[in-house]
Design a protein. Structure first.
Length: 145
């Protein structure tokens, strides 16, 4: 039982995600450390490796944006570009994004880590774009200054 709890705790730490060879590292013996014996199905290591690979390819992390436009049709792309240009002029402090998810073009703004941040921006944006609403999205990593 203790081994199961230890393995679960290790899998939930951030350190695990940066070390893809965790299972071989657990089997190593270090002076002053205890010995861990893993009894697991061989597929578990493959699943953890796949999970690490997926997380490393992610183009952001979960957060929120404000969506101000979505539309489809022959003129949707030009309308989306026009809305995005207006957004950039009206709110230069926020990054805007033009997204195409067939058959819709969407215009979103901001990279907010929590719903409170997005709500403050939403209230500001809503005065110019009453159809705006908050959406869950993968957001860009914060800029280092």
């Amino acid at each position: 039982m203790h081994i199961v709890i230890l393995i679960c705790a290790l899998l939930l730490t951030d350190k695990i995600y940066s070390q893809p060879k965790i299972f071989s590292q657990l089997n190593e013996t270090n002076a002053g450390w205890g010995k861990i014996t893993l009894n697991q199905e061989p597929r578990i290591e493959a699943i953890v490796a796949k999970h690490i690979e997926i997380n490393q390819k992610a183009k952001g992390f979960p957060g929120y944006r404000v969506q101000v436009y979505f539309g489809s049709g022959s003129d949707a792309k030009s309308l989306a570009n026009k809305v995005r240009n207006n957004l950039n002029n009206d709110f230069p402090d926020y990054d805007s994004y033009l997204i195409y998810e067939a058959p819709y073009f969407k215009v979103r703004i901001g990279d907010f880590r929590n719903r409170n941040e997005s709500y403050k921006a939403f209230k500001l944006i809503q005065s110019n774009y009453p159809q705006a609403f908050i959406v869950d999205d993968l957001i860009a990593l914060p800029r280092l200054e």
